[in-house]
Ligand binder design. Structure first.
Ligand code: ATP
Length: 486
């Protein structure tokens, strides 16, 4: 990470805390590693991001429906899905610092350093070595790579490593009153399995015809070996996933469709195209026949935000086998039963939240020849912004607060708006800029005479006089979901 970007990331993290977007969990007890709470504005922004996803996936597609399945599932689900046996990360401990790392991430950091130093060939060779070791589940080879490339612990600076071991990422707990004799259950590490096990319930009760999709938003839990980069890698996080069930043989068409549709969805938020890129997987999981990540250019580099995977009939077939229940679709046109193939789109809500903050954050120098001035502004799309408008009486007297409250009471039915009468109008504008409020509505003495207010636009800082009678329609148009969904 360059010094500039390092600085930007620190600013975003501290801004998120200062303005009530994200707090460390249980902070008065010194926090809980890789667990975060969303504050008053964070909860609003997160809800808006969820709504954007839900509307575009469910509401805008006649053949996609949404569900909300439980976090706890029958333990056999995770045996069938492969998570009990295969949801592992290779980890290694440094004996001096007592710190634990993911072996593959230590090597990836080394590859990035080679690349930064212009040692492209060395970087490529190391990448190949690592891929081969990971593909063969060869833990000894990973250790050898770490030793050969003299990778040191970032904390102790030593090469005093343990062997590489597998570490299952699922959290287990016990169901039932008695710990002994009760069943071990897992906190789900992904939301997708809740969709697969409900495939027939939804298909039959909703009379769904292939191709169709099932979407859901919900918490997922992973005991990440190392958690870092704020809300980028958490132990409790939220996913927005959609499984699209298709006729076998048509999956590559649908994969191409969703690959394009999902990137378009990201760009509609007004984020520049160059901030995104695809990363096509060259090595595929045994059940996948195509996979791509949508990566975003975070201040710490391009990282995965969303995955689009063509998963064949793997999941439904596995559940069929482990449950003994048929999970098939009767295709009336073909007069035939089959297990559908699945295209999955899976996005991390917290990573989406982080990319929204990182791309929105700007420190603007507004200095003129006469005076120095600056502001911190969040350029969040108006439909996604936590607060849609601030209602600001110019002074605390002369009937202006009453008029402002009257406007506030009308707007708050449809929009989350804030009332603020403290400090100078300039300071109040700055406070709203800092939380990304797209519009400030100022009520002044003239308002009482002509029933007009001043609307100030966050990004351009331009102001215009608007009739109170037109406010509802104008704000509704400016923050409408129509500006994001088409
Ligand atoms: P990574 O390689 O970064 O660990 P992954 O490939 O394991 O991610 P998936 O299993 O494909 O991730 O999960 C889908 C999405 O869920 C990811 O694209 C990411 O946005 C999000 N996600 C996964 N793990 C975490 C986490 N620990 N914290 C926050 N979001 C996560």
């Amino acid at each position: 990470m360059s010094k500039h970007n390092d600085e930007l990331f620190k600013q975003v993290v501290s801004h998120a805390k200062e303005y009530g977007f994200v707090f460390p969990s249980s902070e008065i007890y010194d926090g809980l590693s890789a667990v975060y709470d969303y504050g008053q504005l964070g909860a609003e922004l997160k809800n808006n991001l969820k709504t954007y996803w839900w509307k575009s996936m469910v509401q805008m597609h006649e053949n996609i429906v949404g569900i909300d399945s439980a976090i706890f599932m029958h333990p056999k689900v995770w045996k069938a899905s492969g998570h009990v046996d295969g949801f592992n990360d290779p980890m290694i401990d440094n004996k001096d610092s007592k710190k634990r790392y993911r072996a593959d991430q230590l090597i990836e950091d080394k590859i990035a350093r080679y690349q930064k130093d212009g040692k492209t060939e060395k970087a490529e060779a190391l990448q190949q070595e690592m891929d081969a070791a990971l593909e063969g589940d060869n833990l000894a080879a990973l250790k050898e790579i770490i030793e050969k490339h003299e990778i040191v612990c970032p904390v102790s600076g030593t090469r005093n490593w343990t062997d590489v071991r597998q570490f299952n990422l699922m959290f287990a707990t016990r169901m039932g009153a008695m710990a002994e004799g009760s069943d071990e259950v897992y906190l789900r590490p992904e939301t997708a399995q809740g969709i697969f096990v409900n495939f027939l319930n939804v298909q039959k009760s909703g009379r769904m015809k292939i191709p169709f999709g099932i979407a859901q938003i919900g918490k997922a839990f992973r005991n990440e070996v190392i958690a870092r980069q704020f809300i980028m890698r958490m132990r409790e996080f939220e996913q927005m996933e959609m499984q699209f069930f298709v006729k076998p043989g048509t999956e590559m068409e649908w994969y191409a469709y969703w690959k394009e549709a999902r990137l378009k969805w990201h760009k509609a938020m007004g984020i520049p195209a160059e901030k995104y890129r695809y990363h096509d997987h060259s090595k595929l999981a045994h059940y996948a026949n195509a996979a791509v990540d949508i990566e975003f250019d975070f201040p710490f580099g391009f990282k995965e935000v969303e995955g689009i995977h063509s998963r064949t009939d793997f999941d439904l077939s596995q559940h069929q086998e482990h449950s003994g229940k048929k999970l098939q679709y009767f295709d009336s046109e073909m007069n035939q039963n089959y297990v559908p193939y699945v295209i999955e789109t899976s996005i991390g809500l917290d990573r989406l939240f982080l990319l929204t903050l990182c791309s929105a954050y700007e420190e603007q120098d507004l200095s003129t020849d006469e005076r120095t001035d600056s502001r911190t502004v969040l350029h969040i799309h108006p439909a996604l912004a936590p607060v849609k408008a601030a209602i600001l009486p110019l002074t605390k007297k002369d009937g202006l607060p009453e008029k402002a409250r009257e406007i506030m009471n009308r707007l708050k039915v449809d929009h989350y708006v804030q009332y603020d009468e403290k400090d100078s109008i300039g300071k109040r504008y700055r406070r709203q800029d800092a939380i990304g409020t797209p519009f400030c509505i100022t009520i002044d003495h003239q308002t009482l005479e002509d029933q007009m207010v001043t609307i100030r636009h966050r990004d351009s800082m331009e102001q215009e006089r608007v009739a109170i009678a037109d406010l509802d329609r104008m704000i509704a148009d400016l923050v409408s979901w129509k500006n994001l969904l088409s």
